[in-house]
Design a protein around this ligand. Sequence first.
Ligand SMILES: [Zn+2]
Length: 142
Amino acid sequence: MRYCEKCGSEIPDGQKFCSNCGAPLVNANPFEEILQKPIIKKEGNIKESPKSRLTCIILLVVPLVWVMIFSTMSVSLDNALLSNISAFGALFLGVHQFYVGKIKMGILFTLTVGCFLIGAIVVLIKLTITKTFVDSEGLPIL
Ligand SMILES: [Zn+2]
């Protein structure tokens, strides 16, 4: 319960104006609004991540295909330049993780070449078939 700065009457929680004198409740507790945000989210019953699934798939598939094509070419042609191009593409294998807010996973993917490509393929399956890929807040990307 808060009190009006003008007339001192009680203002019920969640109300932005004093019901007695009509004065707006200005920053009674600036932290309250910040603290309430996650609660509002839960009450709003958001079950889906706001992130786009298509964007995730593109961000994952483009570097994945890039690495696969250039690494295959570099092996068959025994070409160091193609090998470097392949390695360059591998740097972007973690981009989809950064996009959904998973910074640590993104760094891990970048450092381990998409968890040796297996991790990247698992994420692709999660995105397209099982639809169990979640963002940093645990919300599924549908
Ligand atoms: Zn008042």
